[in-house]
Design a protein around this ligand. Structure first.
Ligand SMILES: Cc1cc2nc3c(=O)[nH]c(=O)nc-3n(C[C@H](O)[C@H](O)[C@H](O)COP(=O)(O)OP(=O)(O)OC[C@H]3O[C@@H](n4cnc5c(N)ncnc54)[C@H](O)[C@@H]3O)c2cc1C
Length: 422
């Protein structure tokens, strides 16, 4: 992409991250972009703004973690299809584009002053702010569940220690075990994710020779993403092992008791050896505190640019945003980041921009070399991001096609990681 570079006298280069910057940003030289959150949304936007502006914009990425563990492909780690270290990534690759890393948490946004205060005390001024904090878990959406309870009944819907805890619990099960998963209500991150996770748990149990273990999925939804494909795969590879219940079957999820490892529904109590609770979700706290959310708990955006509907100096991308027909996925976050980066570069350097175009594909591994996918292309239409073309794998596909789809899945991971972090 060609950009018109603006040259500023006395540009400060990389922004120092200690101390307070009280002077107006423009007066100091280059326009400033601050990005909160270094996931697939935030890290991508930081890289693309810095790279495509050719150094004409100062970009600071605020992210407390030194190493980012991806949720995407964490199910493959659970199923022993990839080692934990392979889903961990550092930020050192972003330095070559001129991105400054502030390893801290954003504590507060002052939209009037256009500043972000970091937990460590530093204040960063911005001309444009990108908010990409991902999701927070609504622990109280499941009675009896809490952050403390997640140490016994992991959600593993944020990456890192929770994913490792779930893996440890799965590997410790003996034949005859009962696993209960409470699936989340819409909207949530990665619509097919819970069902890929069920497949990976079943794969591990099958590999270990379990004949009598069961996985019971209690779903608050009447249906789910790629349902026919998952159900077909479970019957083919894990007959009798997976039992999915919709609200009509369980009558309502009443709560959990971590002290007895029990899950209560309207119709039955389940005592389990492993309980995976995936509660309802909302935009990350910093977005909620800044007033960027609406009653849904997520952030409305303008579909042409990912600009916040509430503040034109702020962009919200990734899982925290309301992205119309796009699912909450790493692929979507990365795609939205490129649209936002282009819009920001255009605004701050008066360089050319193009109409917003978005894409997404979500692959799900059901069993070795048996992978399915769903996806689409999206454009701004009638005030939202609307699907203009969609595709989904078909039931009964041949083994070669499913194997090829898994090769695509692995290639996509390598490609998106390079696009985000390298
Ligand atoms: C089990 C599972 C499987 C999945 N599989 C896939 C898949 O196969 N394909 C796919 O595309 N997607 C998948 N996803 C979804 C994907 O992981 C998310 O959609 C994606 O990570 C969202 O990116 P994000 O940048 O919006 O948020 P995140 O990845 O959550 O990143 C947000 C970052 O912001 C940081 N942050 C939060 N608050 C602050 C603050 N106040 N200050 C500074 N930093 C802050 C956090 O530390 C974090 O690093 C999966 C998810 C799960 C749970």
């Amino acid at each position: 992409m060609t950009t018109n570079r603006r040259h500023f006298i006395g540009g400060a280069g990389a922004l120092a991250v200690a101390g307070t910057f009280a002077a107006p940003a423009i007066a100091q030289g280059k326009p400033r972009v601050v990005v909160i959150g270094g996931g697939p949304g935030g890290a991508t936007v930081a890289k693309y703004v810095a790279r495509d502006s050719g150094g004409a914009i100062d970009v600071t990425l605020v992210e407390p973690l030194k190493e980012f563990v991806t949720c995407f492909h964490s199910n493959l780690y659970l199923g022993d299809f990839r080692p934990y270290d392979s889903i961990k990534h550092g930020y050192s690759g972003l330095a070559k584009y001129g991105v400054t890393l502030a390893h801290d948490s954003a504590a507060a946004i002052d939209p009037a002053a256009k500043t972000v205060r970091l937990a460590g005390g530093t204040t960063l001024p911005y001309d444009r702010l990108v908010v990409a904090p991902g999701i927070d878990i609504k622990f109280d959406s499941v009675p009896g569940y809490s952050e403390q309870a997640s140490e016994i009944m992991p959600h593993a819907w944020k990456p890192g220690p929770q994913t490792q805890l779930l893996k440890k619990q799965l590997d410790a099960l003996s034949d005859g075990a009962t696993i209960v998963m409470i699936a989340p209500p819409n909207p949530y991150r990665c619509p097919p994710g819970p069902y890929e996770r069920v497949s990976m748990m079943a794969h591990v149990l099958k590999k270990k020779g379990h004949k009598n273990s069961k996985i019971i999925v209690l779903d608050p939804k009447p249906n789910f993403s790629k349902q026919a494909l998952f159900v077909e795969g479970w019957q083919k590879h894990y007959p009798e092992m997976v039992e999915w219940q919709d609200p009509k079957m369980h009558g309502g999820i009443k709560g959990v008791d971590p002290s007895t490892m029990t899950v209560k529904t309207d119709l039955a109590d389940y005592k389990a050896q492993l309980v995976n609770v995936i509660p309802a979700q909302m935009a990350g706290k910093i977005a909620r505190d800044a007033g960027l959310t609406n009653e849904s708990g997520f952030c409305p955006i303008k579909p042409e640019s990912m600009q916040s509907a509430k503040d034109s100096n702020i962009y919200v991308i990734g899982d925290a945003s309301i992205a119309g027909d796009m699912p909450k996925s790493a692929f979507s976050a990365n795609s939205q980041a490129k649209v936002a980066a282009m819009a920001i570069r255009g605004e701050l350097t008066k360089s050319p921009t193009f109409p917003a175009r978005y894409t997404n594909t979500c692959w799900s591994l059901i069993e070795t070399d048996d992978t399915v996918k769903v996806g689409g292309r999206y454009e701004p239409k009638e005030g939202k991001i609307a699907a203009v073309e969609t595709f989904v794998s078909k039931t009964g596909e041949n083994d070669d096609l499913r194997k090829q789809t898994q090769a695509e899945n692995m290639g996509w991971y390598q490609g998106i990681i390079a696009d985000i972090f390298a």
